[in-house]
Design a protein around this ligand. Sequence first.
Ligand code: PSU
Ligand code: MN
Length: 337
Amino acid sequence: GLRPSWYRPAADCLFPTTATIRRAHSTSKLPEIYDVHPEVARALAQNKGVVALESTIISHGMPYPQNLETALAVEEIVRQQGCVPATIAVLDGRVKVGLSPADLEKLAQTGLSAKKTSRRDLALVVSQKLVGATTVSGTMVIAHKAGIKVFVTGGIGGVHRGGETSMDVSADLTELGRTPVTVVCAGAKSILDIERTLEFLETQGVTVATYGDSPEFPAFYTPKSGHRAAANLTTPDDCAALIQANAALDLGSGMVIAVPIPVEDAPKDAARIEQVVVDAVNEAASTGVKGKDITPFLLDRVKKATGGESLTANIALVKNNARIGSRIAAALAAQSA
Ligand code: PSU
Ligand code: MN
């Protein structure tokens, strides 16, 4: 026949049945290098809502001690919604799914000395037993292996300005194309080319929906980007149904649910932040900042030039995303009960 002699159809080549979609997830068969926090393992086994959280936002996204305070506050918000938080990182070469308060403290203090870890860095960080702060892509890889379907963060990476020539496109976007995890975020920062980011996500087959009263894709500090998402959803149940359908179709790709920053939390002077971004992008180009260092560089410039106003907004939007993402995770658990 047309198939090689070694070909054997795997059992999971069949269409997934409702039972396989609904089955609670056991983490007991994960490779030895994974440490799933007992609270997370129990929640997954009992089909309780679990929310994955990334760690680059802790090490590279905010200064100490605000990074630790925010990480703890976000975990508390997840719990208030009846879910279990699972902050993901690599600590001394161990893949951690769910961090203890002491682990969070360690990561927060390590700060920029932690290795920013996307998919391509995972094997390196594990083999060298480093502290790896996982980005959206690194976190999605691990969340999916652990059976976590909903992941909350601040903003995703994207196509950088000038990316059509530099080819600097965040690994977050290709990860979204290949890993079935739903990322709840406040869109993408205007340090990026948002129009091309949305185009790239479409090419990757990533469903992008906004959450709330507008189909306009948000731009992190501001609820507006000038670009529309493909869909607009208004309830946690509708978002959970979308996630269920993605699983039932067995698409294998991820999704973005973009939550605009609440108006009362948005910095008054969005135009000034925009100018800071333009200046910082030019400075990066003229001083030769490249690759994985660009995003932290730009974030730092924006933070410094806006005198803490951007940090306050950042913290507020992450908390808001955690509230909504947890409601979605809870609705998903209820629907699949
Ligand atoms: N955008 C932010 N804050 C962040 C990041 C992005 O507003 O902290 C982090 C996330 O971890 C994201 C990563 O996955 O930066 C993207 O980096 P890069 O552009 O190098 O792919
Ligand atoms: Mn990059």
